[in-house]
Design a binder for this molecule. Structure first.
Ligand SMILES: CC(C)(COP(=O)(O)OP(=O)(O)OC[C@H]1O[C@@H](n2cnc3c(N)ncnc32)[C@H](O)[C@@H]1OP(=O)(O)O)[C@@H](O)C(=O)NCCC(=O)NCCS
Length: 182
């Protein structure tokens, strides 16, 4: 199955059903922390929900419409990253990601995001990658900023999480900008 080796300690691997036994406990342990910014942990309350998520991700992969990969650090599942969709007409995608709380601060997301950006431009020949982040999500805002994305605007009250409306900041990186960075 699709796999990207990054370093001796870090690799990405597309989620398969057999990973549910690692993925579900990671979500369960981090439910409160992740739910501040993401909606899925609140409706992932049994392993069958995770299996359903993996099946949908594999379907997305076979339809050429994105996928989710596990982020493995020192042979432990630490988080997830993926293309939420692929718009082949506009040649663009959006990257989403999350980490277990205890695995923050090691650079896993920055490095994994860099890999998926390279893959989108080099292998898929897309024109644009987006990363969209809630305005108050300070840690996540650092990722597109560090990777040279342009802040393109704010969508007001984009999502409603735990009783709070969140504005969403849209960030984009064009293939030409990525080539100039290289
Ligand atoms: C957003 C989130 C993924 C960011 O995690 P993170 O640990 O800050 O990101 P990284 O894994 O890239 O690590 C970066 C940190 O590691 C440090 N680091 C260490 N080694 C590094 C390396 N080799 N390369 C890059 N950074 C490195 C950086 O200095 C940075 O630390 P700092 O935040 O203290 O400056 C995480 O906070 C999270 O999962 N939050 C909840 C879910 C969420 O918000 N998802 C995103 C929705 S848009």
């Amino acid at each position: 199955m699709f796999h990207i080796d990054i370093s001796k300690d870090l690799y990405l691997s597309i989620f398969e059903r057999r990973h549910a036994s690692d993925l579900y406990p990671l979500i369960e342990r981090n439910r409160a922390y992740l739910s501040k910014w993401l909606s899925f942990p609140l409706y992932t309350d049994k392993i069958e929900d995770t299996i359903e998520f993996i099946d949908k991700s594999l379907e997305r992969y076979s339809n050429n419409n994105g996928f989710w990969m596990g982020i493995w650090y020192k042979d432990q599942l630490v988080g997830a990253i993926g293309y939420l969709f692929i718009d082949w007409k506009a040649k663009k995608t959006e990257i989403g990601y999350w980490l277990g709380e205890e695995f923050q601060g090691k650079g896993c997301i920055t490095i994994a995001t860099q890999q998926l950006i390279n893959y989108a431009f080099e292998m898929l020949k897309l024109n644009k990658v987006e990363i969209n982040v809630a305005k108050q999500n300070v840690k996540s805002l650092q990722i597109p900023k560090k990777l040279g994305f342009v802040e393109e605007g704010t969508i007001r009250d984009y999502e409603y999480l735990q009783g709070v409306y969140h504005d969403r900041i849209v960030h984009g990186l064009l293939q030409t900008e990525w080539l100039n960075q290289k």
